[in-house]
Design a protein around this ligand. Sequence first.
Ligand SMILES: NC(=O)c1ccc[n+]([C@@H]2O[C@H](COP(=O)([O-])OP(=O)(O)OC[C@H]3O[C@@H](n4cnc5c(N)ncnc54)[C@H](OP(=O)(O)O)[C@@H]3O)[C@@H](O)[C@H]2O)c1
Length: 333
Amino acid sequence: MSRQYQAVHQVSRPTGRAVAENFAFVEGEFPPPAAGTALVENVYLSVDPYMREAMDEGHWELNAPLEGRAIGRVIESRTPELAVGDLVFHRHAWRTHAVLTPSEARLLPAIDGVPLSTHLSLLGGTGLSAYVGLTRVLRLQPGESIFISAAAGGVGSAAGQFARLLGAGRIIGSAGSAAKVAHLTERAGFDAAFDYHDGPVAELLGAAAPEGIDTFLDNVGGDHLEGALEVLRDHGRIAWCGAIAQYSTEPPPAPRNLYNVVHKALRMEGFLVRQHLDAQQELTDFLVPHLRAGRVRADETVVAGFENVVGAFLGMLDGANIGKMLVQVADLG
Ligand SMILES: NC(=O)c1ccc[n+]([C@@H]2O[C@H](COP(=O)([O-])OP(=O)(O)OC[C@H]3O[C@@H](n4cnc5c(N)ncnc54)[C@H](OP(=O)(O)O)[C@@H]3O)[C@@H](O)[C@H]2O)c1
């Protein structure tokens, strides 16, 4: 049994965009697991936008193990709660292996017809963000129109599909390339989509939604929020999920039209998925029948190889992904 591992540490703070030189690969060997722990070989790692914020001062420690969502397989155990072969969700990502206590691991059930990686995409924090954004924050009603920014990404592509299943009316998405726009309208069930590079968001959104929009799930902030504030109808609602437009830059000025919140009697509410983990079972019950019936597609971009984890993270920030960006670091076995 080899206990050798590779890991990625952050070694410097980025100024603006993160670069590969902010990270370093390290190697080591674990001792045999102590009583009450288990050695896990990671299979899938999640790379996420919040990690860019975590790279700034006051968050991740330099030259230390990094956190992140991961799925692994128990390969050696000295605790009765984790058996060799068990598949677990945990937060020791950015490495090939991890030593876990049972309280750090959540056993993943095998769900017939649902691939393992789905536990990090549609059934993971990504899908849960989309689900609570729609059901608990927007409280989307059948027939209501919705605009989703970063629509071809993990949260966005989940939200578009969930909105359809929840009976939404017109579903509009924005994304960063013509290929992503085509993906949204031809495969992901969006009624309309636009490339935000093609002009001011308010104009592009206004053309895609001539009657205005009832609701907005925002993953981008900045120009997208300003554009949506222009096009939202009176009493419209905004669920603010993320602001990827500002994670690598100084915060942009607040939208110049923020007063539209008053003028149009809008409701805007931010949320953090970690405050809604109690919705996980509800999401599973809602989604699994749709996954099995093929009514939902788990859009994922899966990069192979631990040596590519930094590239996958940087690529995701630059829009290299369609759906959830994952890194596969071991075979499924
Ligand atoms: N509130 C919460 O608890 C919570 C939980 C999960 C995620 N989030 C937030 O939700 C958002 C999406 O997360 P995700 O994991 O699903 O990531 P993702 O959308 O899969 O990946 C990020 C995407 O953002 C887009 N992007 C990058 N820079 C942009 C810019 N300046 N303007 C517009 N789009 C830009 C890129 O796509 P394009 O090619 O389209 O530019 C990229 O693919 C993020 O803001 C994240 O922080 C929040």
